[in-house]
Design a protein around this ligand. Structure first.
Ligand code: PMV
Length: 326
């Protein structure tokens, strides 16, 4: 029976964090650590999921089960993706699904979005429904909103298109920059942050201080639009300066953390062009732009400040399809 493997990259937000949830743009780059979903039709009824990275082995479920609070997170995204796909293209047979991940969920590289996109694309291949990348994006965005209630969808776009892209909320604009690599070092704080909680926290701040928070979003937006050509032209000192500006703005939204600050200041003092948090904040990762002469010193400084340097290549390829008929 036809068996399909789809792999998707992880992602890192370069510029536009939080503001992109509120109708602005962001710049996101794909990370070369990949998550693979394999799907085959099965003659048994129902769905089974094997996800060794999260300890699931032949976990059997029906789509109706996924609302239960103790349903495993990865299975939630797989189940909701299957449910949204089946509303568009109904099918009646069972499915065997398995996932394999090169990145731990801890680093915040976007395992939920990668598993969602890879599941939808695998279903598209198995049932030969010829969905476009835009269709996959819309089904994926629906899936994420169904589960998390909030989010811009930038991580789904990165899982699909890869590379480094300019993205507008809900996928209204998706423009690849066409850059092949970025001189960026990634530091992990060791603190896992919950994206939905931080997005809701910023929403609340916006309700309390609408004029101030909107003006911060506008400034973040102008940084995104100015940073885009600077990245294409490889003006790294300027890109670093804009990272520093953006970090100040994100701090004003209350999404910084002591661990993020100590890694960011350590990188700057060791000669980086600039540094900022990446993503929702509150922990997870920081990024810093460096030249070759300072890379080693910056990496050492991040480790001495208590962080972990994640060696990843950026601007990685988007989703990849591999089918075997066995
Ligand atoms: O925490 P991450 O890496 O998933 O990034 C979240 C980025 C936000 O802008 C805060 C949310 C979003 O969906 O765009």
């Amino acid at each position: 029976m036809k068996k399909v493997n789809i792999s998707c990259p992880g992602k890192l937000m370069l510029f536009g964090d939080h503001a992109v949830v509120h109708n602005r743009h962001c710049l996101v780059t794909a990370v070369d650590q990949r998550l693979t979903v394999t799907i085959e039709k099965s003659s048994d009824e129902g769905i089974t999921l094997t996800a060794p990275d999260v300890g699931l082995n032949n976990f059997a479920f029906s789509l109706a089960d996924s609302d239960s609070p103790d349903f495993p997170k990865v299975a939630k995204f797989v189940a909701q993706s299957i449910s949204n796909f089946s509303k568009r293209h109904s099918f009646s047979m069972g499915l065997r699904v398995s996932t394999r991940s090169e990145f731990g969920a801890t680093f915040g590289f976007g395992s939920s979005s990668a598993v969602t996109v890879a599941t939808l694309k695998a279903l598209d291949e198995v049932f030969e429904t010829h969905l476009s990348n835009e269709d996959i994006f819309q089904l994926g965005y629906q899936t994420v909103i169904d589960i998390q209630g909030v989010g811009s969808g930038f991580d789904l776009a990165s899982a699909i298109w890869g590379n480094t892209i300019l993205f507008a909320t809900g996928g209204k604009e998706i423009v690849p920059l066409g850059v092949s690599s970025l001189p960026i070092v990634v530091g992990y704080t060791g603190v896992k942050a919950d994206t939905a909680t931080l997005v809701k926290q910023v929403n609340k701040l916006k309700q309390q201080y609408p004029a101030f928070v909107e003006s911060v979003f506008d400034q973040i937006e102008s940084i995104v639009l100015e940073a885009k050509p600077l990245i294409v032209e490889q003006e790294w000192a300027e890109v670093g300066q804009y990272m520093n500006f953006q970090q100040g703005l994100l701090e004003s939204l209350g999404v910084g953390s002591p661990q993020l600050s100590s890694l960011i200041f350590a990188a700057r003092h060791a000669g980086a062009f600039g540094a900022k948090l990446s993503g929702a904040g509150g922990g997870d990762c920081m990024i810093t732009v460096v030249d070759d002469d300072h890379r080693k010193a910056v990496e050492t400084a991040i480790i001495q400040a208590g962080g972990t340097v994640l060696s990843v290549n950026l601007s990685a390829p988007g989703l990849k399809v591999q089918s075997d008929n066995d």
